[in-house]
Ligand binder design. Structure first.
Ligand SMILES: NC(=O)c1ccc[n+]([C@@H]2O[C@H](COP(=O)([O-])OP(=O)(O)OC[C@H]3O[C@@H](n4cnc5c(N)ncnc54)[C@H](O)[C@@H]3O)[C@@H](O)[C@H]2O)c1
Length: 439
């Protein structure tokens, strides 16, 4: 796949503006003026969370628009910020136009600590904040960002629990009122082949969708990190965030949310209930399961089966397959049974860059993209599947969204995001996991 050429942002936006089908907020009358330093040839970006995706997203946003300057960073781990600079430099070496020169950090705009995000958000002007912290912090960071009047790009998923996901929906609604944009790291919604297939399916190419299968079956992507001398539980837990449901939501939420989001997008609604199972068999640290198998019932006789697994050495499959009354579609691949020719374009723009092209363009045009609800609903569906597997019960959508008397409605995992600022926190014990039938 070719990198997205810097000067093609507008053309690419027009070509791919069907991303708006699912994400753009309606342009009702009374929407406030665009929130960025208009007339200025600089587009100032701050990054919260300077790990792998933070550095990748930094290179992507620099590539997306030649006016972008990264002017501030925030992370509780100072060593991550040093590694971030080196990684962004390496990533930028492959790009035209020396984009690394537009990483313009100073000691005054480099913030370390669990409250570092607040200091970054106090910078003015700041045209966009890119949130790449661990999942548990997303709702806190997005809400703070919108309250501070900043456009946001928040990585997926929205949250680890229903309370956090509903907080993201509320932040998204507030963003609409304030004329702010929210992008959400759902790059498939900005990828040419997905958009082509979405359009064809929406136009009836495969008839009515009657069933589906979605997969994120891969290996275990993260190493367990040992405590460094003098390190407290809070810092060790965020370095190993991937191992704890309280931090990542388990892998059905953290990774598989992408495929659940595609199913929701193509079907046009979130599932009504989930029944699933899963287990932990061999993890060394933390409290996540190794695999999940969940039936998502979308109502109207439509069921999507979801499989997610993180075990090395097993068959790997990541993707989606939806079957309709007239044909079927792999949303990231081909449509079959209909005579329609649809296949991935190897020259298409890099979706990790395109999502920033689309977001920045929407901010400049005063038509702010708002993807908050979509990612919150995909995350809620994944959380619904996780709770079903953990408990062995059927979990309904309304348990997480409407029924305040449901035990799951007010589920807020602890430690929560604010607890890290208040400190101290204790790391949950390893291997203590919910037992279906007893949880
Ligand atoms: N869209 C995608 O395809 C994609 C791919 C990879 C990761 N992600 C998402 O990106 C996010 C980050 O993942 P990663 O792989 O970069 O993890 P990482 O561990 O490499 O980086 C996370 C960074 O956040 C920092 N951090 C921790 N707590 C913080 C806080 N309270 N405030 C600010 N920073 C904090 C950490 O110190 C670290 O530098 C996750 O939500 C993940 O799901 C998305």
């Amino acid at each position: 796949m070719k990198p997205n050429p810097i000067h093609h942002s507008r053309r690419d936006f027009v070509k791919l503006s069907t991303a708006a089908i699912a994400g753009l907020s309606p342009l009702a009358g009374g929407i406030p003026a665009p929130v960025f330093a208009a007339g200025n040839d600089r587009f100032r970006v701050g990054i919260i969370g300077c790990g792998n995706r933070g550095s990748g997203a930094a290179a992507n946003v620099l590539e997306a628009d030649p006016a972008v300057e990264i002017v501030a960073v925030a992370d509780p781990l100072g060593d991550r910020i040093e590694a971030f600079k080196a990684k962004v430099e390496t990533l930028c070496q492959k790009l035209p136009g020396s984009p690394f020169q537009r990483l313009k950090l100073t000691p005054d705009t480099t913030f370390v600590g669990f409250d570092a995000y607040k200091k970054l958000l106090a910078i003015d002007p700041l045209d966009l904040v890119v949130i790449c912290s661990p999942v548990a912090f997303h709702s806190l960071h997005l809400e703070a960002c919108v309250r501070a009047g900043k456009n946001a790009f928040m990585e997926k998923p929205a949250a680890v629990d229903p309370v956090g996901a509903r907080r993201v929906i509320a932040a998204g609604e507030l963003a609409k009122q304030k004329g702010l944009a929210v992008g959400t790291g759902t790059q498939r919604r900005h990828e040419a082949v997905y958009l082509q297939n979405y359009r064809a399916v929406a136009d009836g190419a495969i008839g009515k969708i009657v069933s589906g299968r979605i997969w994120w079956c891969g290996g275990d992507p993260r190493k367990v990190l040992e405590r460094v001398e003098g390190e407290d539980d809070a810092h060790l837990m965020v370095r190993n965030w991937y191992q704890y449901v309280e931090m990542c939501g388990d892998h059905i939420v953290e990774q598989h949310v992408h495929n659940i989001d595609v199913a929701n997008w193509f079907i046009g609604r979130p599932p009504q209930l989930a029944m699933g199972f899963g287990a932990r068999t061999r993890r060394k640290l933390g409290n996540r399961y190794d695999f999940f198998s969940v039936d998502f019932d979308y109502g109207d006789d439509l069921t999507v089966h979801s499989m997610s697994r993180q075990i090395n050495g097993c068959y790997q499959r990541i993707g989606e397959h939806l079957v309709g009354t007239k044909g079927s579609v792999m949303p990231g691949g081909k449509i079959t049974g209909t005579g329609i020719k649809s296949k991935p374009d190897k020259d298409a723009a890099n979706p990790y860059v395109q999502e920033h092209v689309d977001l920045i363009h929407s901010i400049r045009e005063g038509k702010p993209l708002n993807e908050a609800r979509g990612i919150a609903e995909a995350s809620l569906a994944a959380i619904m599947g996780r709770i079903s597997a953990y408990t062995g019960q059927v979990i309904r959508w309304t348990d997480l969204t409407e029924r305040t008397d449901s035990p799951w409605y007010s589920l807020a995992l602890k430690p929560g995001p604010e607890d890290f600022e208040a400190g101290p926190i204790s790391i949950p014990p390893t291997g203590v996991v919910p037992l279906p039938g007893a949880a």
